[in-house]
Design a binder for this molecule. Structure first.
Ligand SMILES: [Zn+2]
Length: 156
């Protein structure tokens, strides 16, 4: 597990946790503990910054991907995700296209970013050279939205 600062990528971070005070034994992270985290690796002294567990986000993508493939016998076109901008920490709920084909182009105004398949999507959960980092992936879908494959060809 590697929990990093969404601003600078540092692992020098702190957040709230529930502990058993008798021996300081870690129990669990409360809801939104990472959203209200602090970073000591940013340029300033200990700034508020959202934290993200990059391994966990990638594992969740794998789980969602497998369950989509098992449930629908159709291709998946995009992922509903939440991203955080590195510079000011604001977040956005966005659609990230998994392909750069004609369908994605037709849906361009609804697409925040185009990546290359599942591995490309997973790489967005890591601290890279983009001005944002993806911190949550909610679900996959195709552009038809109702998982009717024939409808997909309307965008060809
Ligand atoms: Zn930082």
């Amino acid at each position: 597990m590697s929990v990093i600062c969404t601003r600078c990528g540092s692992t020098n971070v702190i957040c709230m946790a529930m502990v058993n005070p008798n021996g300081n034994v870690f129990e669990y992270y409360p809801d939104e503990a990472f959203e209200y985290g602090y970073c000591r690796g940013c340029d300033f002294d200990e700034v508020h910054a959202e934290l993200t567990d990059t391994d966990k986000v990638q594992q969740e993508i794998d789980i969602l991907y497998r369950s989509f493939i098992d449930s629908y016998e159709t291709e998946l076109d995009y992922a509903d995700c939440r991203i955080v901008y590195k510079d000011d920490g604001t977040d956005l709920e966005v659609k990230i296209a998994l392909t750069a084909d004609g369908k994605a182009a037709a849906m361009n105004e609804r697409v925040f970013y185009h990546c290359d398949g599942i591995s490309g999507l997973k790489s967005l959960a890591e601290y890279g050279d983009k001005d944002f980092i993806m911190v949550q992936c909610y679900q996959f879908d195709n552009w038809a939205g109702d998982n009717t494959p024939k409808f997909l060809h309307d965008y060809d």
